[in-house]
Design a protein around this ligand. Sequence first.
Ligand SMILES: [Zn+2]
Length: 280
Amino acid sequence: MSFSVKQKYRGRLAPSPTGLLHLGHARTFWTAQERARANGGTLILRNEDIDSTRFKLEFFSQMIEDLRWFGFEWQEGPDCGGPCAPYHQSGRFQLYRAALEKLHRSGFIYPCTCSRQDIRNAARAPHTEDDEPIYPGTCRQNRKSEIVNRKYSWRFRVPDGETISFIDGNRGPQQFTAGSHFGDFVVWRHDDVPAYQLACVADDAAMQITEVVRGDDLLVSTARQILLYRALGLNPPAFFHCPLLCDKTGERLAKRHDALSLRTLRASGKTPESLRQDGF
Ligand SMILES: [Zn+2]
């Protein structure tokens, strides 16, 4: 007997505590919260603190405070727990290692000894839309046993020429071709830390996220992640990409735009209500 059960909506906010939250983050997160609310769903806060070299503890507590001040309410998270704990990526390495081993056993990844400079210097290294050089494939035949006394990353071998399609909830039908819009990508860094793509997929699957709402700078990464879901035998969630907020010169807001950090705006007397009206 089989019958379908409509999955309950689960969305997430996934900030990195590497700087102050700014209005651009708040806008994307607000869309995520509104979509979770509209669907009667659950909102999860995940602390993406995997990059210990850039992570500062003070940013985590400031992040929680800024999110609450702005009006965010999550039902599961690092500060309130939940069934998928821990909600800090730094506490979830076992899950990421298991995913890496699965990819290795199935032959989807290979060890890569190239430096960033090697890749930039490669004759055919055009850049993708998200400014990631397309990996020239130098190490595709490498075996781990052949690498002695050298640091290496693990890279995912993309199916060259295959078109990855998905329907974005905001932007409509999307298509990216492996090998031309994006190349082989790192899933585990040479400093023994999982790369964003792998950690994100492993967590979204384990936390049973049904829709990922994020900035459209990650649109191409969605194609990469769909390949990872497939390789790991997991179902991808739905995706909803929001336009990123730009400043008056048209430049995308980055964390260095301190004038637009929630903290600075709050100190200057702005209220969350006024920011939602002005900036959204
Ligand atoms: Zn390489």
